[in-house]
Design a protein around this ligand. Structure first.
Ligand SMILES: Cc1cc2nc3c(=O)[nH]c(=O)nc-3n(C[C@H](O)[C@H](O)[C@H](O)COP(=O)(O)OP(=O)(O)OC[C@H]3O[C@@H](n4cnc5c(N)ncnc54)[C@H](O)[C@@H]3O)c2cc1C
Ligand SMILES: NC(=O)c1ccc[n+]([C@@H]2O[C@H](COP(=O)([O-])OP(=O)(O)OC[C@H]3O[C@@H](n4cnc5c(N)ncnc54)[C@H](O)[C@@H]3O)[C@@H](O)[C@H]2O)c1
Ligand code: SF4
Ligand code: FES
Length: 819
């Protein structure tokens, strides 16, 4: 992306045009110029100075570049040609060092001086570097620009151990990126809770648990005292005397408005450059927008308000009337894949506020709204953030919700059933904001689709900018498209399974089959992966696809699995583990119960809990006790951590219940014994009820069996989690053998066509019930699928049995964090 330090394109000679100079070629300043060019295309002769050697790029997406989900070339917002096309003179690699207010001149490094009539200062922020002894050592960096990003990527090729100081948005995104680059990462945070500026304590704890399960390590309530090492950093020492080794230290402890230029030029500053509602400084014809500007005492650090500021200034400079900038309520999302966090407004409790909270620790969902005087003033969402834009719109509009506060929190889920994306969009008002970064409403997107013919997310981006910054609103933009055009009208734009490839799931699986690829390395080489090591998204997916296509030849690549699967145990929030033995159909015996009790006692298990899946969870187990506990238990693993069959819940059925028409327990045990250990694209839950009263809740399971007079109903695609979905009826059968045949064929069809990480509820929505019925309708097709699943099932082994049968338990067992 680097070109030369200076690209100078003389603008069209026009003496009458006033000269506009922009200092800072970043997101806020250039966005203001873009708007100005739209409002008054030929009004100014424009010059832009940027101290970085790049054209205008999307700083936000540096996190995605680091994580391997985007390429440097993807993050350019305005390429070199944009400046030329708009007759803008661009000086890159040249910092402006002084403003001569009297003579209206800017002076830049390299002896360049340029006169101005109007001047915009948009110099952004500087990362705050803790002034610690040793902070100047090699390997101690910030995360702010392309250079930092490149340094991290190069460091990861040579070194193994990184520490990120600061558990805020930036620190966590940096940490996730470094993990993807195969570094071991510890995050040092001064507070006891992560992202304390954006989250309350419960959400913060859930976030920590999720990130720990991804392999991140946290050192909380830690204050760094000094940076160790000679020339290069070797570690950190903390004020409590403890030390931690590191070969790379990334400081992400906040930012400071970059006001040096304004300060040395005599422009009024406080924390930032002080501006009024029209973004004017105290000096005539000098304005400021972006992170360097301080408006009504606030210097913002997110793009949405900065773009609003730019829009106001563009109007001011083009003579379009504007009420001025009134300040912004901000919302944030963390850009870490697999983690949904949203927070907006004033979400902390105060004496004059009341909050409603909903916490579901099983599915990892937390929702909170804060109410003052009948109005929503803040929200925190974890796990399920679908209601974020609706709640944010309420906060911004100040709508009176007195009396219906609970409805507001439960939102789309109220009344029990989750709504589809298109239904959610239908319920949104036209002025509700879909893209927070760019302030694009549902109405504006609908207009772009209906009036400008946009038929894909990319075309909408080009037209409205929606989804062009952090990208977090892409799914919602896609939902608006589907809502307006219907699924058939939407252009399918090819998207790869991750940032390492443009190939989609089906193409990758086809290539694995046709080219007989049996290892991830082979797939990545042959299919030209851009990142030869793969990333956290494609590695586990490839491991699954390879195992599905070549059950015998493919050797499970343990290092590609997520940490819980790698360790055959669920890590808990306090760093301990849970042990869940299988209990087929929820049935146990006094002997097994006594054994479990003895073991719980022997290993001082702090909590013994009966789970929703009808088994017993031993919680709070120390890692070093795991192998011995499993050896003592001598019971099969319940796979409570895996993308595999979890449980088969049963009711008592005809064995004891007077309503029962069939043996639900017996059927459930058969199913569980048949499919235990089977790898599936995502977790699978089953249930069997002995009559249509359905006490085992089979209609919210991936595969539900309900006894009816003379047979069984087979239900599919249910989900009782965050996105509640009732099952669809697949078929009715007469015998238990038929239940086993249909369930085997159904599961294998899901295994062969599902995307990795896609639950059956999502898969069924995507492929359609009719397609599934058609695939299973003919007996010969069903038997072919059953044959393939049988081949796989024959090869499955109990992981803990294997581990405990090894001579040296602790050596064989792979601790968290090591592969
Ligand atoms: C990794 C990362 C991820 C982020 N993710 C998000 C996110 O998800 N959502 C969100 O809303 N925000 C996010 N942000 C914050 C967002 O990027 C900033 O708010 C935004 O870039 C600020 O824009 P700006 O124009 O004010 O400053 P900048 O984009 O920093 O631009 C300022 C430019 O001015 C140049 N400059 C400085 N001084 C001079 C000078 N004297 N002469 C010439 N040029 C000069 C600088 O080199 C810089 O290029 C993220 C930031 C980072 C670093
Ligand atoms: N997804 C996003 O929206 C996103 C992503 C990245 C960056 N950003 C923006 O970039 C800017 C910088 O982000 P940031 O996370 O550095 O800023 P921040 O101020 O939000 O967070 C800094 C964190 O560092 C912690 N901290 C401070 N001193 C510390 C110390 N000595 N040791 C350990 N921890 C310490 C603080 O408690 C705080 O939580 C912010 O404006 C942020 O909004 C946004
Ligand atoms: S589903 Fe029917 S058989 Fe099973 S427990 Fe309930 S009432 Fe009894
Ligand atoms: S919300 Fe960030 S790009 Fe739309």
């Amino acid at each position: 992306m680097d070109k030369s330090t200076t690209t100078s394109t003389p603008s069209l000679p026009n003496k009458k045009k006033p000269k506009l100079v922009l200092v800072g070629n970043g997101m806020a300043g250039v966005s203001c110029v873009e708007q100005l060019l739209k409002l008054a295309p030929n009004r100014y002769e424009i010059t832009i100075f940027g101290s970085e050697p790049h054209p205008n790029y999307n700083r936000i997406l540096l996190s995605s570049v680091l994580a391997g989900d985007a390429d440097m070339k993807d993050i350019v917002i305005n390429d070199w040609s944009w400046y030329e096309d708009n007759h803008i003179t661009l000086h890159t690699g040249h910092a402006v060092n002084h403003i001569d207010k009297e003579r209206k001149l800017v002076h830049a490094d390299g002896g360049i001086s340029v006169p101005y009539d109007e001047l915009i200062i948009a110099t952004g922020s500087l990362p705050f570097m803790l002034p610690l002894p040793g902070a100047d050592k090699e390997g101690v960096i910030a995360f702010r620009d392309i250079k930092d990003c490149e340094t991290m990527m190069a460091t990861a090729r040579k070194y193994k151990k990184a520490i990120v100081i600061g558990g805020g948005l930036l620190g966590l995104e940096a940490a996730r990126g470094l993990l993807n680059l195969n570094m071991e990462v510890s995050v040092v945070h001064i507070h006891p809770f992560l992202m304390e500026r954006q989250l309350d304590q419960p959400a913060s704890l859930m976030l920590q648990r999720e990130l720990e399960s991804q392999g991140m390590k946290f050192l909380l309530s830690k204050n760094t005292d000094s940076i160790l090492g000679k020339k290069r950093v070797t570690g950190l020492r903390f004020t409590d005397g403890s030390e931690e080794a590191a070969e790379l230290v990334v400081m992400a402890v906040g930012i400071r408005p970059n006001i040096a230029l304004a300060k040395n030029s005599g422009i009024e500053i406080n924390r930032g450059i002080v501006v009024n509602d029209y973004m004017e400084t105290d000096v005539p014809n000098i304005y400021s927008v972006g992170e360097c500007a301080e408006h009504r005492g606030i210097a913002y650090g997110l793009v949405a308000p900065l773009y609003e500021q730019g829009a106001v200034l563009a109007k001011r400079l083009s003579g379009v009337e504007t009420p001025g900038y009134q300040g912004s309520v901000v919302s944030t999302k963390l850009k870490v894949s697999g983690v949904n966090v949203f927070s907006a407004g004033q979400f902390k409790d105060a004496a004059d506020t009341r909050a409603i909270r909903l916490q579901d620790e099983l599915d990892g969902v937390y929702k909170k709204i804060v109410i003052r005087n009948g109005k929503v003033i803040g929200t925190v969402l974890f796990g399920d953030t679908a209601d974020g834009s609706r709640l944010f719109a309420m906060i911004r509009s100040g709508e009176d919700v007195a009396g219906k506060e609970k409805e507001v929190l439960l939102g789309a889920g109220a009344g029990g059933l989750a709504k589809s994306g298109a239904e959610l969009v239908a319920a949104m008002s036209d002025d509700e904001v879909v893209c927070g970064c760019n302030g694009v409403s549902k109405g504006a997107i609908v207009q772009a689709i209906q009036e400008k013919g946009c038929a894909s997310v990319n075309e909408i981006k080009a037209c409205t900018k929606a989804s062009g910054s952090c990208g977090g609103c892409k799914p919602l933009v896609a939902d608006v498209l589907t809502y307006v055009l219907g699924a058939d009208g939407v252009k399918t734009v090819k998207e790869g399974i991750c940032g390492c490839t443009a190939l989609g799931r089906d193409e990758v699986v086809e290539a694995i089959k046709n080219m007989h690829l049996t290892t991830s390395k082979e797939v990545m080489n042959v299919l030209d992966w851009s990142n030869t090591e793969g990333c956290s998204k494609c590695r586990p997916a490839l491991n699954y696809y390879l195992g599905m296509v070549w059950p015998e030849e493919h050797e499970d690549e343990k290092e590609s699995r997520f940490v819980n699967e790698r360790n055959h145990a669920n890590i808990q929030k306090d760093g301990t583990y849970s042990v869940v033995p299988r209990m087929y159909g929820g049935v146990t015996t006094p002997k097994d119960l006594m054994k479990i009790a003895e073991i719980a006692d022997k290993y001082e298990v702090p909590l013994v809990k009966v789970t929703g899946g009808q088994r017993i969870d031993l919680l709070g187990v120390k890692k070093e006790h795991l192998p011995a506990m499993w050896a003592d238990l001598d019971m099969p693993s319940g796979y409570a951590y895996g993308k595999a069959l979890r449980t088969v819940k049963t009711c008592v059925g005809s064995t004891f219940c007077r309503f029962g028409t069939q043996d639900a327990i017996g059927m459930g045990i058969k199913l569980e014994k048949k499919f235990e250990r089977l790898n599936t694209p995502a977790k699978v839950k089953m249930a069997v009820s002995g009559c249509p009263r359905n006490c085992a809740e089979a209609t919210i399971k991936d595969f539900g069996v309900i006894a009816i007079d003379g047979g069984w109903e087979l239900h599919v695609g249910g989900n009782g989690g965050t996105k509640l979905r009732g099952t669809d009826l697949l078929c009715k059968v007469k015998t238990e053998e038929e239940v086993l045949e249909w369930s085997g064929a159904y599961l294998q069809y899901y295994r062969e066509t599902g995307k990795y990480n896609e639950r059956t509820s999502e898969w069924l929505e995507r492929v359609g019930l009719d397609a599934v019925k058609a695939a299973l309708d003919k007996r010969e097709d069903r038997l072919a699928l059953v044959e393939r699943i049988e081949q796989t099932l024959e090869l499955m082994k109990d992981p803990w049995k294997e581990i405990v049968e090894q001579k040296n338990l602790n050596e064989t067992y792979m601790p968290i964090g090591r592969s």
